[in-house]
Design a protein around this ligand. Structure first.
Ligand SMILES: [Zn+2]
Length: 433
């Protein structure tokens, strides 16, 4: 992240030359670590550009004002007048982040296919920068990039009074290594890869958020080792994500995709993905529900009476016998609220999910489960708390979004207290066939 105000930029650059560059030198350490983890054939494909990608191209989005020659590799055709593209440094909402990732990944792959390795490496540098900045401990609080709000929660030590924290949080000499990490293929098309990379980098953002407060506390305590330890936690995961992205772009660009890699992508379970309602990857209070209790959607658990963590289980009918099965993957949610997920273009054909009520907590309940695609109901069922869960399936080809919605059905003379509507979406999965 570059400081926009000229005065600040000059001031900071006098204090420390690298501090105006976001991760600054760590960008280089992270990109190099990721490049080292690539298979030798991919390193060879990059040839002489490999070194430049690690040392220069990963900084292109920070240098657009000075490096006129390379600035075009950090520009989007849809935004021809924007030289400094903020979204390459700071995550916004998921749809915008996805658009940016998809665009630059697509450009890199296109250049690779045309044999233009130098251009491809520069676009890849831009993708690396975006991923690294999103996973930087200094880019973690939406709308508070200088931590002036966070410092009200964590008042500074005497020595740190008045300091802008952005640069101290992310600056330093880091030695990053992910030797032994096996980079993963994120998709067999740019569409699929960018979409899966979005969810991968969301994990990186959360990882970075977990380091920000410990780093600030270590800065106040002037504990340089602790600052470094927490920075490294963020940088290591960044390097793994960057390695996945580079591996994927180089695989797509060279057309060399292993069977095993391809097989692993046939289906995709989405219970840990953030829906669009979780703006900036958390649920704002407007997204809370009141029934079955006051709460927000949760992945992997359900809260009994709004407080007690309880595993997700459902009654499942198999060959005439009904048994209770516990699901590690799934989402509990409340009435009247939707969970909306972006879909990649032309990748998945079907969606499948178990819909039901928790066998103990929800046995007196009655819930309408609806799957909505681009605003139209694709499938809806009403499940009674005493019934087994239903396996819902629908076609999703061509859709941009799916929405999972829960409602208390109109009573039809039946008395339903929505407080018992402990609803669960278990194993929500997108399938290619
Ligand atoms: Zn930046």
């Amino acid at each position: 992240m570059r400081v926009h105000l000229f005065f600040c930029a000059v001031f900071i650059s006098l204090v420390s030359p690298s501090s105006a560059l976001g991760w600054g030198t760590p960008h280089i350490a992270i990109t190099k670590a990721a490049l080292q983890a690539l298979p030798p054939a991919q390193q060879k494909l990059l040839g002489l550009e490999l070194k430049k990608l690690g040392e220069e191209y990963c900084l292109i989005p920070d240098h657009v004002y000075n490096d006129k020659e390379n600035a075009r590799f950090a520009k989007m055709e849809s935004k021809p007048d924007v030289l400094y593209l903020l979204n390459l440094h700071l995550p916004a909402q998921q749809e915008g982040n996805l658009e940016t990732l998809r665009y630059f990944m697509g450009k890199a792959v296109e250049a690779l296919r045309a044999g233009k390795i130098g251009e491809a490496a520069r676009f890849m540098g831009t993708v690396c920068h975006q991923l690294e900045d999103y996973g930087s401990p200094a880019h973690t609080v939406p709308g508070d990039n200088m931590f002036t709000l966070l410092q009200q929660f964590l008042p500074p030590s005497e020595g740190m009074k008045g300091q802008l924290l952005h640069s101290p949080i992310e600056s330093g000499d880091l030695e990053v290594s992910i030797i032994g990490y096996q980079a993963k293929l994120l998709g067999v098309s740019v569409e699929e890869a960018a979409w899966r990379l979005l969810h991968r980098v969301n994990e990186g953002i959360l990882n970075a958020r977990s380091t920000t407060i410990p780093i600030i506390q270590a800065l106040y305590a002037e504990d340089t080792n602790a600052v470094k330890k927490w920075q490294l936690k963020a940088a290591t995961m960044d390097a793994q994500i960057v390695a996945d992205a580079l591996y994927t772009m180089l695989s797509l660009g060279s057309g060399k995709i292993g069977k095993e890699d391809r097989g692993a992508l046939q289906k995709n379970q989405i219970s840990t993905y953030f829906p669009l309602e979780a703006e900036s990857l958390y649920y704002p209070q407007s997204q809370f529900f009141s029934k079955p209790n006051w709460g927000c959607p949760q992945s992997g658990l359900i809260l009994a009476q709004g407080k007690q963590v309880t595993p997700l289980s459902l009654r499942i009918e198999d060959a005439g016998a009904v048994e209770v099965k516990t699901f590690a993957k799934g989402i509990s949610a409340g009435m009247g609220r939707s969970l909306t997920f972006l879909l990649p273009n032309g990748v998945y054909q079907n969606f499948r999910v178990w819909a039901g009520l928790h066998p103990e907590l929800g046995k007196q309940g009655r819930v309408e489960f609806a799957i909505i695609g681009d605003g139209k109901i694709l499938e809806s069922v009403i499940v009674d708390g005493s019934e087994p869960a239903r396996l819902m399936q629908c076609e999703v080809s061509g859709l941009k979004k799916i929405e999972l919605k829960l409602n208390t059905p109109r009573a039809d003379g039946m008395k339903v207290d929505a407080k018992n509507n402990y609803a669960i979406w278990a194993e929500p999965t997108l399938l290619k066939k």
